[in-house]
Design a protein around this ligand. Structure first.
Ligand SMILES: Cc1ncc(C[n+]2csc(CCOP(=O)(O)OP(=O)(O)O)c2C)c(N)n1
Ligand SMILES: [Mg+2]
Length: 401
């Protein structure tokens, strides 16, 4: 091996190990976040475990200026693209009302609902072409689809309308792709079909990723999707040489190399030619079930649960790294251990930021009550005794925090 190819191999190795590190960290986020909810520190949680590798591959082709219009499974994509960090993720999980801590919604949105600003505090446009953008997530499934169409259509207009060409802070010749994500069950909704049809007619740079885990909460795909496969039923939308339509790719959600290759090609074509592209990402798993409000052990068969363990994307990625001699057991073990520690620290920092102001307010509570009582019950009661002594119950309550 000459020096140049040795160098590029080393760079490649570094990149894939960094990807594995992120996959492990994001998985730890999901595992820990579920525990935070089930032990009562957060109200509800919905996570992106099982989609780590697909989203790391997807983020590689997400350029400044591009937009995401997605749904609640995309935490790994948000981490990989720099839209969110893990501490912010936990702050949102705790519904931290400080915008500095949860910059997406200041505690107002469900968790895994990301957002980036388009304007500054004075209402001026930000330089969107220099930013990795996401429209805010919305709770109604498939609601992201019509908006994704609009964002992709904007690129077409920026490329075709002469008067818009000077707005280079918003678009560089319409080269921006909109990345939309959707679950397999939500592809049954009208918003999905209207978007697919309109984008096929308009020819806009829209890249749709269907995370197909075979379930919509507890409803299996066979009861939800005709022929049990969204890409099969979309075949009629496929573009041919002399027609408009869509490019369609089938990939496996655990196949790191296969997804990188397909995403690179499909997104490049969408960016250059404005032909929309759909990636049917199959064999995705959902290791912890739909959300913190249920247990998938109640509706998935033993065989399915066992298959999900074997086809876990992080496990498959690990096996691929070893079989391609990109890492050994010791290196991967070290990455996994470090990931646990890093995520634990991020979680602790987020919790401290959330709970510290509340504790401060609790400490002021006895005095507040005292002042209130003094106002409503004036008279010779024990007002001269310090507040901390005369109301043990309040003090005990305050001491809990
Ligand atoms: C319009 C609408 N209907 C129903 C729901 C309740 N709901 C939330 S998630 C979900 C299932 C979505 O399944 P899928 O699209 O396969 O995504 P997954 O969670 O499996 O990734 C449903 C029915 C909702 N949020 N919005
Ligand atoms: Mg699903």
């Amino acid at each position: 091996m000459n020096k140049e190819s040795q160098l590029s191999f080393e760079q490649f190795r570094k990149e894939v190990l960094n990807d594995y590190r992120l996959a492990c960290e994001s998985r730890e986020v999901s595992l820990l976040a579920r525990k935070e909810v089930l032990t009562g520190k957060a109200k509800f949680g919905i996570f992106g475990d099982g989609k780590e590798v697909a989203q790391i591959a997807m983020a590689k082709y997400f350029n400044p200026g591009d937009f995401r219009s997605g749904y609640y499974r995309d935490q790994t994509f948000a981490f990989a693209s720099g839209i969110a960090d893990m501490e912010q993720f936990f702050s949102q999980l705790y519904a931290d009302p400080d915008i500095e801590n949860d910059p997406f919604s200041a505690g107002r949105q469900m968790n895994s609902h990301f957002a980036t600003p388009n304007i500054d505090e004075d209402g001026n446009w930000l330089p969107l072409t220099a930013m990795k953008n996401t429209a805010t997530d919305m709770a109604p499934t498939a609601a992201q689809m019509p908006r994704a169409l609009g964002l992709a259509y904007a690129s077409k207009l920026f490329r075709e309308v002469e008067d818009l060409k000077g707005l280079t802070h918003l678009s560089q010749n319409g080269n921006e792709v909109c990345f939309a994500t959707i679950g397999d069950a939500s592809t049954s909704e009208g918003h999905f079909w209207e978007t697919i049809n309109a984008a096929g007619v308009l020819q806009v740079p829209l890249a749709v990723f269907v995370w197909d885990d075979g379930y919509g909460i507890s409803v299996p795909r066979k009861h939800q999707t005709t022929k049990g496969s969204i890409s099969t039923v979309l075949e009629g939308f496929r573009k041919s040489e002399d027609s408009n339509g869509w490019d369609i790719y089938n990939v496996k959600g655990w196949d790191y190399a296969g997804m990188c290759e397909a995403f690179e090609e499909g997104i490049r074509k969408a960016r250059e030619t404005h032909v929309p592209v759909l990636f049917h990402v199959e064999e995705i798993t959902q290791p912890q079930g739909h959300s913190t409000s249920g247990s998938h052990e109640r509706y998935k068969s033993k065989e399915r649960l066992a298959w999900e363990k074997d086809f876990d994307c992080n496990l498959k990625f690990r096996q691929w790294l070893i079989s391609n001699a990109l890492a050994d057991e010791a290196i991967l073990h070290e990455i996994e251990l470090t990931a646990k520690a890093v995520v634990l620290e991020a979680k602790k920092r987020a919790w401290d930021k959330y709970i510290t102001p509340i504790k401060g307010q609790c400490r002021k509570l006895p005095d507040c009550y005292r002042r209130l009582l003094k106002r409503v019950m004036p008279g010779p009661i024990l007002w001269h005794v310090p507040a901390r002594n005369w109301w043990p119950t309040v003090n005990r309550f305050a001491a809990m925090y």
